[in-house]
Design a protein around this ligand. Structure first.
Ligand code: GLA
Length: 516
């Protein structure tokens, strides 16, 4: 029943989808970002990767998009066009696109709706038509548009993404559009804007996988053929890639991405892919679940996890923080700077007046200047002859010690570091953590079947049971035929699923179908 409602809601939310005919199932491929970052991204490397994707049989399995991410471009030409890094791409992007196409793959490229990309390369703000035309002319098939150095105000973000969508449409060349805004608030508008939309921060450690999954729980109704929630790339286990998971976590991320109908973009070393990652990513039965033509995103039907409220991910790029947070932070920063400047002025004056002063002074003390004052009202510093440097230093030091200006300097240091510290504490407090809990996810599949994923986010092994009530929610009131698609093992008809699931990111993925 619950599943039928989910299907109806998903179909209703699809009305008015971006109509470029692409993304009928979630996109599959590879992205350079988690493999290279900006280091070593060259045409030669991309060509080797294209060859390897084919050799490993990944292309045949559906991994067709080879996407270059940030750091391919160097500058804007005087006409506003993107210019590739000439050392890394000496023959230009078009030649590379041809090479990739000749291997039977599709080519993806990256840009940003801001003035700069997240790695400070030129962005597409206001130049959408120019850049879309450029991509189409090069024969590019896929465009990812990031959100750095851009406003975090929702309507503005939507209209900037709409500008790129319209620019891509106007080229007449079919270009898959991947919107990368790292926030849930894109989901309700996602299908009108793009073929997929990032809903959560970068997935670059296990805790982020947890956050992406929990974030995606409430967004199932927005996904469907043509437009998908994107919880980010698959993280492999190769130690040379920029980020990695354990092999068990790699499998679990893959299982969850299958039940969540998420894009399958490998974000790890293709050239030196570990056997376990290759085995995981090559499992056709899991891929079949991910690519199910019904296109319904799964939902958790049972969970022991605490309530989860996704955050606004402005901290991914602090310069895009919401205006109220920016106002608070700049107020703190300016107060600290003004206080620090006042303190510096006081100290400077105090030290100037003590230049060459004798340590032992009889007389009053100027309460503001903190300088010794002679009985005629002038400071002794006024009368002292210009001293030799060492004497002056010794005097300043003695003055500091006796008058507590060391303490003042410490206060100064604290004032100067307070805003930076506040930012660090905020970022630390927001650092994602995986809760020690378990979930059961169900995804309805074509032909009345379903996928069921049992996942354990806790460090230790946990027993997870999907009993009759749980199966009922999946649309199977009685016994079902169960197949463990990871172990590729038929389990026959069962009344309930009752498994010991390993800790630290263990999971099972089953395909269930009604009893004959
Ligand atoms: C952001 C995106 C990543 C990647 C980098 C590139 O962090 O979320 O996927 O594209 O930018 O700088």
């Amino acid at each position: 029943m619950r599943v039928a409602v989910a299907v109806a809601l998903a179909l209703a939310a699809r009305a008015g989808a971006l109509d470029n005919g692409l993304g009928l199932t979630p996109q599959m491929g590879y992205s350079t970002w988690n493999d290279f970052r900006c280091d070593g991204l060259t045409a030669d490397a991309v060509k080797r990767i294209a060859d390897r994707i084919v050799e490993l049989g990944l292309a045949t399995l559906g991994y067709r998009y080879l996407n270059i991410d940030d750091c391919w471009s160097r500058e804007l030409s005087p006409e506003g066009l993107l210019v590739e890094d000439p050392l890394a791409f000496p023959e230009g992007i078009a030649a590379l696109v041809d090479y990739v196409h000749e291997r039977g793959l599709l080519f993806g490229i990256y840009t940003c709706r801001g003035t700069r990309t997240c790695a400070l390369r030129p962005g597409s703000k206001g130049l959408e038509r120019h850049h879309a035309a450029q991509f189409a002319q090069w024969g590019v098939d896929y465009v990812k548009e990031d959100s750095c150095f851009a406003s975090n105000e929702h309507e503005q973000a939507f209209s900037e993404y709409a500008a790129m969508r319209d620019a891509l449409n106007s080229t007449g060349h079919p270009l898959f559009f991947s919107l990368c805004g790292w926030n849930t608030w894109y989901a309700p508008r996602g299908a009108q804007l793009a073929n997929s939309w990032r809903i959560a921060p970068d997935c670059d450690e296990w805790a982020n996988v947890y956050v992406a999954v929990r974030t995606n729980e409430a967004l199932a109704r927005f996904a469907g053929p043509g437009g998908w929630n994107d919880p980010d790339m698959l993280v492999g286990s190769h130690p040379d890639a920029a980020v990695q998971l354990t092999p068990r976590q790699v499998q679990t991320q893959f299982n969850l991405w299958a039940v969540m109908a998420s894009p399958l973009l490998i974000g790890s070393s293709i050239l030196r892919m570990p056997g376990s990652d290759l085995a995981t990513y090559s499992n056709e039965e899991v891929i079949r679940i991910n690519q199910d033509p019904l296109g319904v995103q799964g939902v958790p039907v049972w969970s022991s996890c605490p309530p989860f409220a996704p955050r606004d991910n402005w901290w991914m790029a602090p310069w895009t923080m919401p205006q109220d947070v920016a106002r608070m932070w700049t107020r703190l920063l300016s107060t600290c700077l003004v206080a620090a400047a006042a303190l510096i002025a006081l100290l400077a004056r105090a030290l100037r007046f003590t230049r060459g002063a004798a340590p032992a002074v009889h007389g009053a003390h100027d309460p503001i200047l903190l300088a010794p004052v002679a009985t005629d009202g002038s400071t002794l510093a006024d009368k002292a002859p210009s001293p030799a440097l060492p004497r002056a230093r010794a005097a300043i030091w003695r003055y500091c010690v006796s008058r507590g200006c060391l303490a003042a300097m410490l206060v100064l240091l604290a004032l100067l570091s307070l805003p930076a510290l506040a930012m660090l504490v905020a970022i630390h407090a927001m650092k994602p953590r995986a809760e020690p809990c378990q979930q059961v996810w169900v995804r309805p599949l074509e032909g009345g079947a379903a996928a069921i994923c049992l996942v354990n986010f806790a460090p230790d092994v946990a027993r997870i049971v999907c009993d009759a009530a749980c199966l009922d929610q999946a649309g199977f009131p009685l016994g079902v035929h169960v197949r463990d698609v990871v172990a590729r093992r038929d389990m026959g008809p069962v009344q309930s699923l009752d498994m010991d699931v390993p800790g630290d990111g263990g999971s099972f993925l089953f395909r269930v179908s009604p009893r004959d």
